[in-house]
Design a protein around this ligand. Structure first.
Ligand SMILES: [Zn+2]
Length: 406
């Protein structure tokens, strides 16, 4: 008999509550989602009766070039972590930087793939110490891992590397411009420069914003206004915004309303924030996590992500978006079935929006970047940190039961 599908996932449960669905995959795309497809219609069929099928996780904010550099010294807050990592950078000999970055980043990619992640957005260093070594290393790794995971590179502008950066932008190596304006003396001038470059090269922005315990979100407000003034609506992502937890409700509401109008995507990083923020408070200690609940209520898109994996910024993490999701749920005090489903959406559908992924999802025509979890519902998946039974990238198996497919 003619095989209509390359692969068939039988009897899966879907996000929307549908159960017992058969998902047929052809040429790397979802070709059918129906109630009753015979196994003979596919070259290969898997019986996943009652198991939850999700689109692959999107880890939309991580730092692969910093990962796995855990040291004995504990950082006393964000600035201290920046300095500790600078010490690490200085210890790597010039000719060994790319090799060091690639080796550590590849390990994290393998961890993420085994845990069902099919797309990663990574922030990278571009500075006077390492130049553009991280950028080139990750661009190479992106080619080596093509077909296993999608990699998007987020790079800050550094005047010392201006010519090379210009070339990299024109070659399409850089997917987003990064920004760390809260660490600069004058955030407005810094942001003006970042927005101008975003406009010039047509590259969207992915910014670290107000990552601070100080009750001031002027930077966040400035970004929303600037986004609208330049008609960059929907092309700006703001990560952290932890200062939101230190401002009064009125100021916060002003920022949230502007973000909704500017169609800004928010990325919350609770596991890293809970570790680094509030360190200099005495009781009561601020929790250092942005106002996720209120952003969502206002219709602002929010995703969660891993941020740092075993480095001076956070000595924890397993490249597991389900683990990050469970932690996020606890920090947000989200416990009901519907709220836990929302958390899972924040690591999948909502994250895919800030990664500008088209054809992402569980409907016919979507790319078959999928994960089957050993759980019946989103709640069970999060609470048990369910085994990832099968991970597909473009319809091809890349991991089975936590073991990478060679
Ligand atoms: Zn970060």
């Amino acid at each position: 008999m003619d095989k209509t599908f390359d692969l068939l996932l039988q009897g899966v449960n879907l996000f929307d509550g549908a159960t017992g669905m058969d998902v047929g995959i052809r040429d790397g795309k979802i070709a059918a989602v129906e109630g009753n497809i015979p196994p003979q219609a596919a070259a290969e069929a898997f019986d996943f009766r009652g198991k939850l099928l999700i689109p692959g996780f999107v880890d939309s904010h991580t730092h692969l070039d910093k990962a796995l550099t855990i040291q004995d010294e504990e950082a006393d807050g964000l600035v201290d972590a920046v300095n500790l990592f600078r010490n690490y950078q200085n210890r790597i000999p010039k000719g060994k930087i790319a090799e060091d970055v690639k080796r550590r980043a590849a390990r994290v990619l393998d961890m993420e793939i085994a845990h069902g992640t099919t797309c990663i957005k990574t922030h990278l260093l571009c500075d006077e110490v390492w130049g553009m070594e991280s950028v080139y290393a990750l661009d190479e790794l992106r080619r080596e891992y093509a077909g296993r995971i999608t990699l998007q590179l987020i790079v800050p502008w550094c005047e010392a590397n201006a010519e090379e950066l210009d070339r990299a932008c024109r070659k399409g190596i850089i997917d987003y411009f990064a920004g760390y304006a809260h660490l600069c003396d004058d955030f407005r001038t810094e942001l003006d420069g970042i927005f101008a470059r975003g406009e010039k090269y047509g590259i969207p922005l992915d910014l670290h914003v107000n990552e601070s315990d100080v009750g001031n979100i002027d930077e966040f407000l400035y970004i929303q206004q600037k986004t609208m003034d330049l008609h960059m609506d929907g092309r700006v992502n703001c990560s952290h915004v932890t200062a939101m937890c230190a401002v009064d409700d009125e100021t916060a509401q002003k920022g949230i309303a502007l973000a909704e109008r500017a169609r800004t995507n928010i990325i919350t990083l609770p596991s890293c924030n809970m570790y680094l923020m509030g360190r200099h408070d005495r009781q009561p200690v601020r929790r250092g996590v942005t106002r996720v609940r209120e952003f969502l209520q206002a219709g602002v898109n929010v995703a969660y992500a891993s941020d740092n994996i075993r480095d001076p910024f956070r000595p924890f993490g397993n490249g597991d978006m389900l683990e990050e999701g469970l932690f996020t749920a606890q920090v947000l005090q989200y416990g009901t079935a519907s709220k836990l489903a929302e958390v899972l959406r924040m690591g999948t559908f909502r994250a895919a929006r800030n990664a500008h992924l088209s054809d992402y999802g569980l409907t016919v025509g979507c790319t078959a970047d999928l994960a089957v979890l050993d759980a019946e519902t989103p709640r069970e998946a999060l609470v048990t940190r369910a085994q990832r039974l099968l991970v597909l990238k473009n319809g091809k198996a890349v991991s089975r039961s936590g073991v990478l497919v060679p």
